[in-house]
Design a protein around this ligand. Structure first.
Ligand SMILES: [Zn+2]
Length: 101
């Protein structure tokens, strides 16, 4: 499920959230409906990183059918990219102050 505004409950679009995740996250995420600033929580950031790193790492470690390291890493990166596409659905966004828990 995509994150919602805690203020006006409008759902943030996938593209908007994804771009925010890839961008500099010290900037607030502004709601298109009410202008309320939001921040990604630390656990949300952690999940985002895991979604990108885990598919890559698991593939490279256990599932690679290739003996060629470049091919292995290339496919691993592709899987990591695919994982990152899902991250807007798992991202937790909270309003106002940057949250540390
Ligand atoms: Zn809003």
């Amino acid at each position: 499920m995509l994150p919602q505004c805690e203020n006006c409950h409008s759902t943030f679009g996938w593209k908007k959230v994804y771009r925010y995740i890839l961008g500099p996250q010290y900037k607030p995420f502004c709601c298109h409906g009410c202008g309320q600033n939001h921040y990604i929580t630390v656990s949300g950031r952690l999940v985002n990183s895991l979604l990108m790193i885990c598919p890559f790492w698991i593939f490279v470690q256990f599932f690679s059918p290739f003996s060629n390291i470049f091919l292995t890493v290339g496919v691993g990166f592709f899987l990591g990219f695919f994982g990152s596409l899902l991250s807007p659905y798992f991202t937790k966004i909270k309003r106002d102050q940057p949250s540390y828990y």
